[in-house]
Design a protein around this ligand. Structure first.
Ligand code: FAD
Length: 472
């Protein structure tokens, strides 16, 4: 009995529960390029393109070439299933609200013809609808969630190997596989992604290599170096691979545990932040748009397009913010510590709505993930389920001095500041004229003066938050 395997956020052959469920049968692997709410942002499209090429190659090597279709899955999946006589469609479960709706409707359409969509746990270590507090409710706070999930993961079975060969569906539509590669989303142009290949290798092999490299060079020192944005292999760089499921979280979990060491616990806790974000999104599908704390609906945001543009382009005059935003633009990724700093600066010092930052990240991050992105933005803005208190406002200059003391990160991404001594690299506008001249730097032309006075910005943010506090 032929089965359709519908790839989505599980673009891998190893430890793929949907694939494992059907690999003894003739299979037709398919990916549907969608428009609308399930489509990736710009940087995500670049990644998806290369990831699908890699997946297509691996599947072809195993005898079952990938079919690529463009359209609305609610229509094209049932049509394809009918065409090849597949009674079952297997896929990995997704947590995004639009994807859940699409899956429910696809299942209904299949059911009308006596077929069904079977969903498997493929993207997460736990099922968001199965983890509950003692009182039977979903979790809204990270620590009890992680404790509950951790305990449940003690007996996590080992990952399954990739199948060596697959049996292709006898009625596979001729020529569809090759022709459809012309439908692949074009990498965003003209030059945006030019530097991405220097940083990333999308696809399952790239993910496996990245994991091995992190285990070798990064895990042991993870707890000490994960907050240093200039550190080589300070963090794993696995986020875009995990987002598209090029490696399973189970594989990462077991590999890290097998190696053990000082950084292990901290690292596993970060993996559980990913799980927690998806748990939140499952139970609070409004999270990408609406603050989880209702009082924040009345927050007096300022909608200032010039401020937003300065932030987006890395032209705020605050070096750690600008370095982060330029790292994002050029490499499609930003270090977690710097994400927190730039996000705090946008929503607190500049009083721009967190949704504007979330949208920019969604379009420019190669790891853009609706759950992690929305949960993190809400956390920084203070309106999330488990948020930092609003009065904790990062001072970006002090953060820079603490986590990038020598300014190596600034020198890398803001080369116009590279010749400043460490003492002034995070506060170039305070440098005496002679230092600026020695560094070949003119504030206002080579590099902007700060677009906001940090003390004033802080006071203004506190006043704005105080205005809604009474409503909490
Ligand atoms: P590591 O430190 O090596 O962590 C390992 C893995 O754990 C990551 O790959 C990621 O899957 C997960 N993880 C780590 N921290 C978090 C976290 N705080 N929340 C959820 N998962 C986490 N992460 C995304 O994957 N996609 C996003 O769109 C995203 N947007 C963010 C927006 C903001 C404002 C902030 C502050 C954080 C955001 N994060 C997001 C979380 C975090 O910054 C990245 O996961 C991390 O920087 C990825 O780098 P890494 O793989 O080297 O992480």
């Amino acid at each position: 009995d032929t089965a359709l395997i519908w790839f989505r956020q599980d673009l891998r052959l190893a430890d793929n529960s949907a694939l494992a469920a059907v690999q003894e049968r003739p299979v037709l692997p398919v990916y549907v390029l969608e428009d609308g709410p399930c489509a990736p942002g710009g940087a995500g499209r670049w990644w998806l393109h290369h990831s699908l090429v890699a997946l297509g190659r691996s599947l072809a090597e195993r005898g079952a070439p990938l079919v690529l279709l463009r359209g609305d899955p609610r229509q094209v999946i049932p049509e394809l299933a009918a065409r090849i006589g597949a009674n079952e469609v297997h896929a990995g479960r997704q947590t995004e609200p639009a994807a859940r709706r699409r899956d429910a409707e696809t299942h209904e359409a299949l059911e009308r013809a006596g077929r069904r969509l079977v969903l498997h746990r493929n993207a997460l270590l736990h099922e968001p609808h199965l983890v509950r507090t003692g009182a039977g409710a979903p979790f809204s706070v990270y620590t009890p969630f992680s404790r509950a999930v951790f305990a449940g993961l003690e007996g996590l079975p080992p990952p399954q190997p990739a199948p060596d060969a697959l049996t292709p569906a006898p009625a596979a539509p001729e020529g569809l596989a090759e022709a459809a590669f012309g439908l692949l989303p074009a990498p965003p142009g003209p030059d945006w992604a030019a530097e991405f290949p220097a940083h990333w290798t999308p696809g399952e092999a790239g993910a496996t290599a990245r994991l091995a490299q992190f285990l070798r060079d990064g895990l042991a020192t993870y707890a000490d170096r994960r907050n240093l944005p200039a550190a080589e292999a300070g963090t794993s760089g696995l986020s875009p691979h995990l987002h598209l499921g090029e490696v399973s979280p189970r594989t990462v979990w077991h590999a890290a545990k097998a190696q053990g060491g000082a950084g292990l616990e901290t690292f596993l806790k970060e993996i559980l932040w990913r799980e927690f974000s998806h748990h939140l999104l499952w139970h609070r599908p409004e999270m990408p748009e609406e603050p989880l704390r209702p009082a924040y609906k009345a927050f007096p945001w300022r909608h200032d397009t010039a401020m937003l543009a300065a932030w987006q382009r890395g032209r705020t005059g605050v070096p750690i913010v600008d370095a982060g935003m330029r790292q994002l633009w050029r490499s499609g990724w930003m270090h977690n510590r710097v994400r927190m700093i730039v996000a705090s600066f946008l929503v607190k010092h500049l009083l721009q709505p967190w949704q504007s930052g979330e949208a920019w990240f969604r379009d420019t991050l190669v790891d853009a993930d609706l759950a992690a992105n929305a949960a993190s933005w809400q956390w920084v803005a203070g309106c999330g389920a488990d948020a930092a208190p609003y009065f904790r406002i990062f001072n970006p200059v002090l953060q820079g001095e603490k986590f990038d003391a020598e300014g190596a990160y600034i020198r890398r991404w803001c080369p116009e500041l590279a010749r400043l001594p460490a003492k002034f690299i995070h506060r170039p506008h305070e440098a005496p004229e002679v230092i600026l001249r020695g560094a070949g730097l003119r504030i206002g032309s080579d590099y902007p003066a700060p677009i906001i006075d940090l003390a004033e910005g802080r006071a203004r943010a506190l006043a704005a938050f105080a205005a809604i506090k009474g409503a909490e």
